[in-house]
Design a protein around this ligand. Structure first.
Ligand code: HAM
Length: 430
């Protein structure tokens, strides 16, 4: 019988790698908590209309990549509802904001989420059909200060703190402003006019985008089209005074907080809801992502809540591609990757098994992470297993048990030390 495998574009996450995932998520929770964020968990599938209206019918995500099915309420029922596995989480968060009348609290909402998203993309390294995002949204009524430039800078400063805390090397922040919901149509009209005489010289993909979603032409990676793209009008020249002022304030606040950035006038991003600030964090080539070097992206939105039938609720948010973040940490060999147990307790023969497990129990109770071998291991094998799993090995032989002095081998220092049992937990913790 043919063996069954995980579906193309999906994958299993196994130990020890899951320890790194947990560490990344725990770090996100700890950092976000310091900025006053609370967790939101929205359903993994939603009404298809949510994404069509929220993300935009003409985006690649909605037009090509969604997992959508007709769901019959009962097996024998004729009436069906169109449901979709969420391709992103912003629309779901804003739906929940409206549904639970969070606007009535009068408070600014700072919500974060961690969970799987689904897009039918061509799988490659760093691009999957089920992938994980760690994201957040800051939104509320205008009088809660949700549209303040301070919030944009706060979110970006938090992200830089998070990446630095994980030890990500060489990240780059690119920012842009795509203007207000009235600037954009003016810009798109100018863009279409400029594209009309040149689009036939562009790649097939860009010719299609020029028709369906002209802004997307700008962030095309197609090398042959770059010269034409460079000659197209820039959105910065179409911003109204309020949007210009907002962007200037965001940059000044980033400067005040010492967050480094570059302004990329072509950064428009692939979802329809963005207004004003948009941003992406990328990592340098060689960080394990191949061409998928966008670690995370986000931006400000105004009008999304209204589009979903809710009250005015400007907001700003981001989503980190967690799979890409993990690949980067592994490729950069950051310290977080090499997390090991505190010690491996190795009994020297079956007769020491009971003593070894009792010692492991004592050490675990004191909060240390411990693996324990068993007496069937030969010393060399024990050494190899212990070295892979733990920072140190504690040898439990007849002598150790009778004298109460244990032999501890430190793998990185290559030293062996005799430690009295009463001091062992403290020694291993150091
Ligand atoms: P997005 O740019 O579509 O934005 O996705 C954010 C991040 O998710 C990307 O930068 C990338 O790291 C990761 N990602 C996207 N697709 C895949 C995939 N197929 N495989 C692996 N990683 C992927 C959003 O989703 C917006 N909701 C972000 C946002 C929140 N904007 C405002 N609030």
């Amino acid at each position: 019988m043919a063996t069954l495998k995980a579906v193309r574009g999906t994958r299993d996450l196994l130990p020890p790698e899951t320890a790194l995932w947990n560490y990344v998520e725990a770090t996100a929770r700890a950092v976000f908590a310091r900025y006053g964020f609370g967790e939101i968990r929205t359903p993994i599938f939603e009404d298809t209309a949510l994404f069509a209206r929220g993300v935009g019918e003409e985006t690649d995500i909605v037009s090509k990549e969604m997992y959508t099915w007709e769901d019959r309420t009962r097996a024998d029922s004729d009436s069906a509802q169109s449901l979709t596995l969420r391709p992103e989480n912003t629309a779901g968060v804003v739906r929940a904001y409206i549904e639970h009348k969070l606007a009535d609290t009068g408070m600014l909402q700072k919500l974060f989420y961690i969970g799987p998203q689904f897009r039918r993309e061509r799988p490659q390294r760093g691009r999957y059909r089920q992938f994980w995002q760690i994201g957040a949204e800051v939104l509320g009524p205008a009088w809660s200060g949700a549209d303040s430039a301070l919030r944009d800078a706060e979110v970006l400063e938090m992200l830089s703190t998070f990446l630095n805390k994980l030890g990500v090397k060489g990240w780059k922040l690119e920012v842009n402003s795509v203007g207000s919901s009235t600037d954009r149509p003016r810009y798109i009209a100018a863009l279409c006019e400029a594209l009309a005489p040149v689009k036939s010289r562009m790649s097939a993909d860009n010719q299609r985008r020029a028709e369906t979603n002209p802004l997307r032409v700008l962030d095309s990676k197609d090398a042959g089209d770059q010269e034409i793209i460079n000659g197209l009008p820039k959105i910065a020249d179409f911003l109204d005074d309020a949007s210009k002022e907002h962007f200037a304030q965001v940059l000044a606040t980033l400067d005040a907080c010492g967050v480094a950035y570059t302004v990329n006038p072509r950064l428009v991003r692939g979802l329809d809801y963005y207004t004003r600030t948009t941003f992406e964090f990328t990592v340098p080539d060689g960080s394990g992502l191949g061409t998928q070097n966008a670690l995370l992206g986000g931006g400000r939105y105004d009008g999304l809540s209204e589009m979903l039938g809710g009250p005015k609720a400007p907001g700003i948010g981001f989503a980190i591609g967690e799979d890409r973040l993990i690949l980067t940490l592994q490729a950069q060999e950051t310290a977080a990757v090499a997390q090991k147990l505190d010690a491996f307790v190795a009994p020297m023969g079956v007769t020491q098994n009971a003593a070894a497990l009792a010692l492991a129990q004592e050490l675990r109770r004191s909060g240390l992470s411990i693996e324990v071998g068993d007496g069937s291991f030969r010393l060399k094998k024990s050494f190899e297993a212990a070295d892979k799993l733990a920072r140190r090995m504690v040898i439990v032989g007849e002598d150790e048990v009778s004298s109460g002095i244990l032999t501890v081998k430190d793998f990185s220092a290559g030293e062996q030390t005799k430690v009295p049992r009463a001091e062992l937990a403290g020694f291993l913790r150091a």
